[in-house]
Design a protein around this ligand. Structure first.
Ligand code: CP
Ligand code: NVA
Length: 307
């Protein structure tokens, strides 16, 4: 990996609306920076002095909200948080032009990616996507850091994603392929990732989408899953439990991966649905490393966009 003294990739993205806003060079830089911040956090405790962020959450959050608040404070900055719909009382473009008068950046968890895009269009300060219906780039960055810590160089490694072709799957496809990983996605029929996002990810590396969980997991270095019912889809819960049950990550499925494979999940997990308790608690489970790395990866993003 490059050292912090290496040339900063220019220009850094202005926003992190999708994973692709960090080009390959900026992605490598972000991972290196996150790793340095993790090792020597005190070196960065003045990086955001005098900087304030607006955190907007339309949906619940444990990890994302708390790690952003902690990251901003530990970097010397501060944040204000608004919970509830963005753009109900006034247009999103007006919200953007209020927040950019008061704060130096916006972190937003929203139902629709179009809200992120509207914020980026009108805000004069950086906008960071803290999860939308289509992407979860902060999660994918933390996951890439976790994978790098476990395996070193990721070139030629295989990531299997089993379950719903959702926001987390989309961001993993964009990020893992650009780090040289092959990505195998297995979903039930009708729940595949968005075709245009798959096509875009294929420009960066090998992506195989199928309905065959065993084939996806075979030879994988990491097996990843996420909830079957994402926030906002609660009315589909019972139908999804039925359709997704053959896609549960259990010990028998995991046994088809490489012997030293790790299990990954963005959390929160529904034990007994997409993953068994045994797999969650097994020695190969990296889920809490991923959660820890949310803090360090987001610090790197904040330093790059606002520092
Ligand atoms: N993984 C993740 O984004 O968790 P939260 O929904 O708790 O923020
Ligand atoms: N796919 C999940 C991720 C939660 C972190 C959701 O959108 O609810």
């Amino acid at each position: 990996m490059a050292t912090i003294a290496s040339a900063r990739p220019k220009p850094f993205a202005r926003n992190l609306a999708t994973d692709l806003d960090l080009n390959a060079e900026a992605l490598a830089y972000a991972l290196d920076l996150a790793s340095q911040i993790k090792r020597t956090p005190a070196r960065f405790n003045k990086a955001l002095v005098g900087r304030y962020l607006s955190l907007l959450f339309e949906k619940p959050s444990l990890r994302t909200r708390l790690t952003f608040e902690l990251a901003i404070k530990q970097l010397g900055g501060d944040a204000v948080t608004s919970i509830g719909p963005v753009g109900d009382r006034e247009p999103v473009k007006d919200v953007a032009r209020n927040l950019d008068r008061w704060t130096h950046g916006i972190v937003a968890r929203v139902f629709s990616q179009s809200t992120i895009e509207e914020l980026t269009k009108w805000s004069r300060v950086p906008v960071i996507n803290a999860l939308s219906n289509l992407y979860h780039p902060c999660q994918a960055l933390a996951d890439a850091l976790t994978l790098t810590e476990h395996f070193g160089q990721l070139e030629g490694r295989k990531l299997a994603y089993v379950g719903d072709g959702n926001n987390v799957a989309h961001s993993l496809m964009f990020t893992a392929t650009r780090l040289g990983m092959e990505v195998a996605v297995a979903t039930p029929a009708g729940y595949a990732p968005e075709a245009d996002i798959v096509a875009k990810a294929c420009e960066y590396g090998k992506v195989v989408v199928s309905e065959d969980a065993a084939a996806a997991v075979r030879g994988a270095d990491a097996v990843y899953t996420d909830v079957w019912t994402s926030m906002g889809q609660e009315s589909e819960t019972e139908e999804r439990k039925r359709v997704f049950s053959p896609f549960q990550v259990n010990e028998s499925l995991l046994a088809k991966a490489k012997p030293n494979a790790i299990f990954m999940h963005c959390l929160p997990a529904k034990r007994g649905q997409e993953v068994t308790d045994e797999v969650m608690e097994s020695p190969c489970s990296a889920v809490f490393d991923q959660a820890e790395n949310r803090l360090h990866a987001q610090k790197a993003v904040l330093v790059m966009l606002l520092g």
